[in-house]
Write a protein that binds this ligand. Structure first.
Ligand SMILES: O=C(O)CCC(=O)C(=O)O
Ligand SMILES: [Fe+2]
Length: 316
């Protein structure tokens, strides 16, 4: 497998031929074991919906700095609302990332047992359609992510619905990102420094401008720029830990484009699919073998793990 595979998820949801669903699960599983990344086509999220979401995100990022800063909540780890340029810094990196972003969280009843760790969303008054578009995209990616998790569960001999009751109140985040044009030469910072995602899986929609690179098992940076109708889905550290590294959380980064291309902005929107905050990340017995003994003797809650990791990337 010398390139990251892209698969059509309709083979899983509406298999046309007998056996094709099983073949899809096997191919998807193999792609993730090797790369921790795959492209997903046939996902059913209309292009118009993705374009309309990007339109409102771009309108928000085009607002004056003072307007955007009103939506920055200090001390909350950027959990909701706006995080300005110059804050997030990849773990172990000296230089902050060249990006600003917004976080949308799950809307839960305020008397939910998770309310203390899942604050209400903020919405920008200046862009009235932001709420509807952003939350519509949140829900669409949440549903698509559940389908991918079902296939990933089957591949490691878990029931298809294994993740359903562990993610139904997941602390998942939709993160529209703006990487502004780079106007100075020779800066040491990159758009997004090499990192692994914290969550179970990440779905990246519409990152059509080049820049995303994935570290292969051989240690080579492989550019992965998906077609407009392909959603990039990768494994995060929580799923890596739960599966005892059967599904690897692969290092990736966003590099600064060469020459004049650096003067163009880049927009992208990852959806970080998280488990419920009280889900206990404890290595699955089916992922422990003589060749791969348990790497994490201790269990940790999803919320405890998240807090630890946010401090490392300077969001807390
Ligand atoms: O912008 C991208 O394409 C990827 C962003 C990313 O990896 C992240 O925010 O975790
Ligand atoms: Fe990432």
């Amino acid at each position: 497998m010398n390139r990251i595979p892209t698969l059509d998820i309709r083979r899983f949801t509406h298999p046309a031929a007998p056996g094709d669903r099983e073949a899809f699960v096997a191919e998807l599983g193999a792609a993730y074991r090797e790369w921790g990344f795959a492209g997903i086509r046939g996902h059913g999220i209309p292009t118009e919906q993705i374009d309309a979401s990007y339109d409102v995100f771009k309108r928000f990022f085009a607002l004056p700095e003072e307007a955007k800063r009103k939506y920055h909540v200090a001390g909350q780890g950027g959990a909701r609302g706006y995080t300005p340029f110059g804050v997030e810094t990849a773990k172990d990196s000296k230089h902050y990332d060249l990006k600003e972003f917004w976080h949308v969280g799950r809307e839960i009843p305020r008397d939910s047992k998770h309310a203390a760790v899942m604050p209400p969303n903020l919405w920008p008054d200046e862009v009235p359609e932001f709420r509807q578009e952003a939350y519509g995209l949140y829900q669409a990616l949440d549903q698509l992510g559940s389908r991918v998790l079902s296939a990933l569960a089957l591949h490691i001999d878990l029931p298809e619905n294994y993740f359903a009751d562990k993610t139904d109140s997941g602390n998942s985040i939709l993160r529209p990102i703006h990487y502004p044009p780079i106007t100075t030469d020779d800066i040491p910072n990159v758009r997004a420094g090499a990192h692994e995602d914290i969550n179970l899986i990440t779905l990246l929609v519409g990152a059509s401008a080049e820049g995303l690179e994935v570290l292969s098992r051989k240690g080579e940076w492989v550019p992965f720029t998906a077609d407009a109708d392909t959603i990039v889905v990768n494994i995060g550290d929580m799923l890596q830990r739960l599966t005892n590294h059967v599904y690897p959380s692969t290092t990736h980064r966003v590099v600064n484009p060469p020459g004049e291309k650096a003067r163009q902005p880049r927009y992208s929107t990852p959806f970080f699919l998280h488990p419920n905050p009280d889900f206990l990340i404890d290595v699955l017995p089916s992922c422990v073998t003589a060749d791969n003994p348990s790497r994490y003797p201790e269990a940790i809650t999803a919320h405890g793990y998240l807090e630890e990791r946010l401090r490392e990337i300077k969001l807390k």
